[in-house]
Design a protein around this ligand. Structure first.
Ligand SMILES: [Ca+2]
Ligand SMILES: [Ca+2]
Length: 130
């Protein structure tokens, strides 16, 4: 191989290496940052969550632990696993005490109360599920 041919091979090889490294760097830049594209959030209404025994139209969800107060609306009230005191207040409420020793106060309206496990006390609940 002539000196000129060797130089041509060297230059071609060098150009090829530059091209490959540039292409690799370009490909590395094409990586897309993680996104939440595959995730979606769906709201759940009180009527979708309520037990079938609660036939009233519920418009509000209240949850908590300890002393829990419903609103004047028709509430789905969800107690905790501990001992809760739940007051439905006005409206036709669906009250779930959950486990624990709960005191369930339906208040005004046609209220459905579920005691759950534990020793539960019911006041002003038109329908009771101990
Ligand atoms: Ca209420
Ligand atoms: Ca409870």
């Amino acid at each position: 191989m002539s000196k000129r041919g060797a130089i041509q091979v060297f230059v071609f090889g060098l150009a090829l290496l530059i091209f490959i490294s540039a292409a690799t760097a370009f490909a590395a830049n094409l990586e897309v940052a993680p996104s939440n594209l595959g995730q979606s959030n769906h709201g759940v209404s009180a009527n979708q969550l309520k037990p079938s025994e609660c036939t009233q139209n519920l418009t509000n969800i209240v949850r908590g632990a300890g002393v829990i107060n419903g609103t004047t609306a028709n509430d789905l009230i969800i107690g905790s696993s501990g001992d809760d005191t739940i007051e439905g207040n006005d409206g036709d409420d669906c009250i779930l005490g959950g486990s624990g020793d709960d005191s369930l106060f339906g208040g005004n309206g046609a209220d459905v109360c579920f005691g759950g496990s534990g020793t539960d006390v019911f006041y002003e609940c038109e329908t009771e599920f101990p």
